[in-house]
Design a binder for this molecule. Structure first.
Ligand code: HGY
Ligand code: MN
Ligand code: MN
Length: 408
């Protein structure tokens, strides 16, 4: 059986993992930052080393295209993921799918294979959504989910404008997003959760992905003296924000979803002043659309009560609203069969994380392959997947790509 070049794959993962350390030595390649530009340049270089045509679209998505005179009229098979990261990130999230995609194509080319259709590997812009919201932005625009000109005008958490930053780092491409309409899309990714590791299963055949709702909540109270203001006279925005966080945990423990308050800002943020303002984000997720909507409704009802009870003013701003996604049963089956053919255990899974694949599923049959994350740790420098599991996942990826691309 053909296998990927494991040394090259692992070397590139570690090389990319070494790019983008911030001043505190943390791996942080936020979308369209100088650190990410360095990562983009490395990936575009590896695409060229693999003999691929490199194209960048207007939202900065990078595509490595393998096509021949014989197959270039056919709709391509697309693979890919992202190389932007969260703050203080791990080295596998997203990168495995992009570097794995280059590796699979390079392996097929070097082995002298032809394919019935072009094979394209994509590195999508701003999957993480940390600097510019929403997340999965590049693949969402590619799938026609947001208008490109509106998105290029997005203002980031640091006050920068996405389109200007893409231009500054030299990745404001020319072709329109969606310029290639794939026949199918496949993404190799780490699980980022504990299931495969705990169960000792090697491959996740991902059949669906949970819904994701992001919003920003602003609570306004009254600044006052921390020492002289009696409790019953306080309008404490900080306390109200904390109550929302506790409410969310109790809510999702009942609904089976998950909730995260990841960003919190207090004003004036002084030790002896009752906070006049709290601005925080709510990330709510559930694989069941009805339950997710019910949780959202319960939250807005709670915020209305809190306004009265705590004498504060509350406003909310919707950031994203992505429904749960079902992947293509036929491709999921191929993942299971490919794992079995290599003597690897596999199991069906739901993706708890948002993925570029969830956006590509809007325009073509799509599925994902997961490999184990040790102790399920991710979005953390301790994120780790064993080399043998990286290689096993990449070989299953190679087999399913070969089948979908009509290798001959
Ligand atoms: O938020 C997510 O689930 C993904 O990592 N962007
Ligand atoms: Mn990811
Ligand atoms: Mn991520």
């Amino acid at each position: 059986m053909l296998t990927i070049n494991k040394t090259r794959l692992l070397e590139r993962i570690h090389a990319l993992g070494a790019i983008g350390k911030d001043e505190e030595g943390r791996r942080t390649r936020l979308a369209a930052s100088d650190a990410e530009k360095e990562g983009r340049d490395a990936v575009a270089g590896w695409m060229r080393d693999a003999g691929l045509k490199v194209v960048v679209d207007r939202i900065g998505n990078i595509f490595g295209i393998w096509e021949t005179e014989e197959n270039k009229e056919e709709k391509p098979l697309m693979v890919g993921s992202h190389i932007d990261t969260v703050i203080n990130a791990g080295q596998y999230d997203g990168c495995l799918g992009v570097i794995g995609g280059i590796e699979v194509i390079q392996t097929l080319k070097e082995a002298g294979y032809q394919t019935a259709k072009p094979v394209v590997v994509a590195a999508f812009t701003n999957e993480e959504g940390v600097r510019y919201s929403p997340d999965m932005m590049g693949s969402l625009v590619y799938a026609g989910g947001l208008p490109i000109d509106e998105v290029l005008a997005t203002v980031g958490t640091d006050g920068t404008v996405l389109g200007e930053e893409l231009k500054r780092i030299g990745y404001e491409g020319t072709v329109e997003p969606g310029f290639l309409q794939p026949e199918a899309f496949l993404e190799l990714h780490i699980e980022q959760g504990p299931i495969l590791d705990v169960e000792g299963v090697k491959i996740g055949a991902v059949e669906n992905l949970q819904g994701i709702h992001w919003q920003r909540v602003t609570i306004e109270g009254t600044a006052n003296h921390a020492g002289t203001t009696p409790t019953h006279l306080r309008s404490d925005a900080g306390l109200a924000a904390a109550k929302v966080n506790v409410f969310l945990r109790e809510l999702v423990e009942k609904s089976g979803g998950v909730a995260t308050v990841g960003c919190v800002e207090l004003e004036p943020n002084a030790i002896n002043v009752i906070p006049s303002k709290a601005i925080f984000t709510v990330d709510l997720r559930n694989p069941d659309k009805a339950k997710l909507e019910a949780d959202e409704k319960a939250l807005s009802g709670y915020l209305a009560e809190l306004e009265k009870a705590d004498k504060v003013r509350i406003t909310t701003e919707r950031l994203t609203e992505f429904d749960p996604v079902l992947f293509d049963e036929g491709i999921v089956k191929k993942v299971e069969q490919a794992a079995k053919a290599r003597g690897l255990s596999s199991r069906r899974m739901t993706s708890g994380a948002g993925q570029d694949a969830q956006m590509m599923a809007r325009i073509c049959p799509t599925a994902m392959i997961f490999v184990p994350s040790i102790q399920g740790i991710s979005h953390n420098p301790a994120e780790y997947t064993k080399d043998e599991d990286v290689i096993a996942g990449a070989n299953v990826f190679l087999d399913v790509v070969s089948e979908l691309a009509g290798v001959k």
